[in-house]
Design a protein around this ligand. Structure first.
Ligand code: MG
Length: 181
């Protein structure tokens, strides 16, 4: 039996909606990127950070990881997971680790800067990540906070590599942007 494939546009839209419905804006993530990359690039603008986040959100691996993570958060909020997973996800248990593993996996395609930045954000939760982590409002964001850290880390890595290409005045076709855009 063949199952019809879901069009990329549908997945992209669903991934963006995931963020919106969970109260996260592109600007929230861009602000984290600014904090991560601003110290290395005095000319960096928030618009460039927004653009980088939007580019990361076009990548399939990221969209899929976001969809899986947010779905699990929502099911946990609705108490629809089986025990003991329900209690573990709902409590955001520190030793669970699957949330970080999925998010880290989503950063592997963006190189070592993405991986190390993700580790930094996982430890030092800033901006919207801190808000999600404090469990204000009773929602479950066990997976979402790590996915935001991953998206911000990936967008930061993109900008770091782009900066070097720009500094070297590389023509667009030679810019070694690390993704298959
Ligand atoms: Mg988490």
């Amino acid at each position: 039996m063949s199952v019809e494939r879901v069009h990329s546009h549908v997945v992209t839209e669903a991934a963006k909606n995931c963020l919106t419905e969970r109260g996260v804006t592109i600007s929230d993530i861009a602000e984290i990127v600014m904090q991560m990359q601003g110290p290395y690039n005095s000319k960096l603008t928030i618009e460039e950070c927004v653009d980088s986040v939007e580019k990361v959100l076009l990548k399939r691996e990221i969209q899929h990881a976001l969809l899986v993570g947010v779905e699990l958060d929502k099911l946990a909020e609705q108490k629809k997971l089986s025990e003991p997973l329900q209690s573990i996800v709902e409590a955001d248990e520190g030793l669970f680790g699957v949330d970080e593993t999925i998010a880290l996996g989503a950063s592997l395609g963006y190189g070592s800067i993405a991986v190390t930045t993700f580790g930094h954000l996982d430890k030092n939760k800033i901006g919207i990540i801190a808000k999600l982590d404090t469990k204000v409002g009773g929602g479950v964001h066990t997976f979402l906070d790590d996915m935001i850290a991953s998206i911000a880390a990936n967008a930061s890595s993109r900008l770091a590599h782009r900066l070097r290409d720009m500094e070297e005045n590389l023509p667009p076709e030679e810019r070694r942007i690390i993704e298959d855009e």
